[in-house]
Design a protein around this ligand. Structure first.
Ligand SMILES: [Ca+2]
Ligand SMILES: [Zn+2]
Length: 259
């Protein structure tokens, strides 16, 4: 009896200790997110040096589709085609690529997020999967699975942060991955809950500037002669607010590989 109570309490505390999800922040209290006028968020793919071209495109598209499929969240994506971008840059293009150029130890995949510290708006995200490691498209042992890593990184692309508690191991946003692992390809309920908090699906009654993480961005299209000035202003804002870059990654798990 006592033991049952103790176990129950222990489970309760463990569960309470684990975050269901974590958001990325800009340092000024705003969670990182795409403004509504940026959605559907576009992206391009750089041909992989180690994975068949069409397979890589299909896998990246499928990985974005997994997040887009969360019915409780209002976020969608648009594939714009291939690009030649070879490294992360604030260049107005969200690029998914595979390269040796990642920073940090044991980094399997990395997301470079450029954002505004005025409001946490994401401006540009580039995802790099580390070609220093062997990759597979089919979850092969002793290789990292492309879709497993891509789905995790796209969580960062959307504004979700890593989770590191043992109780988070089954979630896509768990910050470590193993060779042969494919469980991050599909989202845990908590991954979906986090996405829905950032991009709340609007009901018919609240048509604009909704509450929560909703962000009524002015989507003024530049028409007429004023456009140039508007662009110039934006450039100034960018120069003042930017240069800010955050790195998020998924790491190779330390120690002996799990079975
Ligand atoms: Ca970019
Ligand atoms: Zn991560």
């Amino acid at each position: 009896m006592k033991k049952t109570l103790f176990t129950g309490l222990l489970i309760f505390f463990l569960a309470a200790n684990a975050s269901a999800y974590k958001l990325e922040y800009d340092g000024n209290g705003h969670n990182l997110h795409w403004a509504s006028n940026q959605i559907p968020v576009s992206y391009r793919i750089t041909t992989s040096p180690v994975i068949d071209r069409d397979a890589f495109i299909n896998i990246v598209n499928a990985s974005f589709g997994t997040w887009q499929g969360v019915g409780s969240a209002a976020i969608s994506f648009q594939y714009l085609g291939l690009t030649n971008v070879k490294e992360p840059a604030l260049d107005g293009e969200n690029s998914i690529l595979m390269s040796r150029e990642v920073s940090g130890n044991d980094v399997v995949g990395q997301s470079y997020i450029f954002y505004s510290t005025l409001d946490g708006h994401i401006l540009d995200v580039d995802i790099v999967l580390n070609t220093s490691y062997p990759w597979s498209t089919e979850g092969q042992a002793r290789k990292f699975d492309v879709q497993n890593a891509a789905t995790h990184e796209i969580g960062h692309f959307c504004g979700l942060d890593d989770l590191y508690a043992d109780t988070d191991r089954e979630k896509t946003m768990y910050g470590y991955m193993d060779f042969g692992e494919t469980k991050k390809r599909t989202l845990d309920a908590d991954d979906m809950a986090g996405l829905a908090i950032i991009y709340p699906a609007q009901t018919a009654s609240e048509d604009s500037g909704g509450g929560g993480g909703g962000c009524g961005t002015i989507s003024g299209h530049n028409t007429g002669p004023g456009g140039g000035a508007v662009n110039f202003l934006w450039l100034l804002v960018l120069l003042v607010v930017l240069g800010v870059r955050r790195l998020f990654h998924v790491q190779k798990r330390q120690g002996p590989p799990s079975l």
